[in-house]
Each structure stands twice: as C-alpha cells, then as structure tokens.
Design a protein around this ligand. Sequence first.
Ligand code: EPU
Length: 302
Amino acid sequence: MRVEDLKLRAELADLGIDIRSGASMAELTSLGIGGTTDLLRITKHESIPELIALLERHQTRYKFLGGGSNLLVGDGELPWLILQLAKPDPEIVIEGNLARVDAAADLGRTVTFCAKHDLGGMEGLIGVPGTVGGALRMNAGAYGMQIGSYVREVKLYRAAERKIEILRGTQISFEYRHTSFAPDDMMLAVTLELPSKSFKEILQGIRICNEKRRSSQPLGQKSAGCIFKNPPGASAGRMIDELGLKGLSVGDARVSDRHANFFVNAGQASAKDMLTLIADVRGRVENAFGVKLEHEVVVWDA
Ligand code: EPU
C-alpha cells in the first residue's frame, strides 16, 4: 500500500513521521520473507494517537512492527502500511536498579548495556534477536527466565482507549509467550527492575547461554526463532525431530537440521512456501501425537 494522497503525506510530515516508500518486509524481518509497502517511522510517541486517528480517517489499514524477528509476512504488495518506532537517543537510562528502555531498543544491546551497569537477570535473553518492545509484548524467555518477571512499568498506546497509558507491572499478566496486552496495543517504553550483579558474573551467565544457543539453534540462518509454542510439558522441536522431519522443505523453506522447531529460509523462500511447510508439519504432528501445535511466530498474511 502506498501513501499517494498528498494531503495525507503533508499531515504525516506535520506529525514528524518519516515515510519510506516501498519498504521490503524481507529486509525488515529476520526470516527474510515478505512483500512491499510504505513504512512510516514514528519519531515521537506522543504523535501516535493523532497518527492512528489520521489513518482511520483515511480508511488506511496499518500494522505495528517491532524488530521483525518473530514474524512471517505475506508476499507481494501488502494491503496495509507498516508503523515502526524510530530509535531515540538515548535508548536506555539507568537509575539505580531501574533501567528505563525505549521499546525500539535492541534486546541484546539492552542486556549488555544493563550488564555494564552491574544489572543482571536477563542473561538468558542474550542472542534473542529483536526489540525490547517485541520481547515485552510476547514475554520472550529462554533458559528459565522471562522478561515479564522484571517489568516494573510499561508505557503503551492502548488501542481500546485511543491514548497513551502507563501500566504497572502488577496490572499486566505475563505467561509463557503470552501477555494480557491487546493485539493492537503498541509497546512504547518499559521500566525494568533488575537485580544487582557484578559485570563479571553476568558475563559468565551470558557466555553459558550463548554457548547453549550456538550448539542447539541455527543462528547463522534466516529464521523467526521457534515456529511453534511448546505444548504443556512437551517440546515441539523434539516431536518434529522424532518424526524425522529435519530437512523437510517446500521450495527454500526448510525445517532446520539443527533444531526442528526452527524453520529457515534457505534462499528465496516465499511466505506461501513457509506457510505450506508450517501447515504440513503441524498436520503430521497432530496425526502422530494428537497435539495441535500453536504458532509462536506471528503471521501477517495479506
Ligand atoms: N530437541 C530435539 N530435537 C530438536 C530440538 C530439540 O530432540 O530438533 C530436544 C532437546 O534435545 C531437548 C528438548 O528437545 O531435550 C528441548 O529443546 P531446547 O532445550 O532446545 O528447548 P526448546 O523447548 O526447543 C525453548 C524455547 C526457545 C529457547 C530455548 C532455550 C519455545 C518454543 N522455545 O526451546 O525459544 O531459546 O527453550 O530456553 O519455548 C523462541 O521462543 O523462539 C525460542 C527459540
């Protein structure tokens, strides 16, 4: 979708929105899959309520993009605009045990920045690609920890109220890869309360997690992390592996040889290829184990 209306372009410019025409979602996602549309970069959180009202007045559909690391986007010209927060400077401010982090900040950089200030707890998230906002909205976790445990406060655009609000951590429920945020709420910033730990100790934890991840996940390849959530008490990766499906392909979409719950784009995979592979694997797991796997990856199919 393109912003062609000159009046709309001018109104967007007034709100400090930077328009990138014909952005390729393949370049904005870790899977390297997805068609094209115009990308609107938001430079001021406070402009969001007006921006949304403006887009709605122009009957223009939109989606809100984080870091694009847990996302499968459809092929071709897309029927919605993409909104994304521009990175502010600074992205992180430390005050004692609190880290005030913009949602656009890179998750890995946030973990190491906090470590340098002797704040730990998030070692498990090292190596998880994406933004802090994306990690927050889906309660990203690994190696026994989840980001939700450290949330003191969240600043978000509440779609239902059409305004920016601050929620305390206790007002939000954080479950396994799930939060009580509404699908169209936009994460803007978070205050994390982190335990004091020496940089040396945190670094040791980071090294261990990095090593575990390197030995079990296909890090150098284009993927969206795990495709399916783990069903209670089981591992989706192990089930897919037990069925001998590593290496199963549709076009260039392929079940990783290293970790069976990672599906990689081994070249020029289309969204159609990837969705076909996901449906095929899901069907085989259901036939063999009677378990309906739930997507972890977010799908924006046109
Ligand atoms: N396994 C296999 N074959 C495989 C993959 C895994 O047999 O191809 C076995 C492993 O040997 C292990 C068990 O399955 O005994 C669990 O595997 P792993 O420790 O890799 O954990 P996982 O349950 O597959 C979860 C998260 C990952 C996270 C790791 C580490 C989900 C869906 N996945 O994976 O998160 O990095 O634990 O904590 O919760 C993600 O969310 O995108 C993600 C990658």
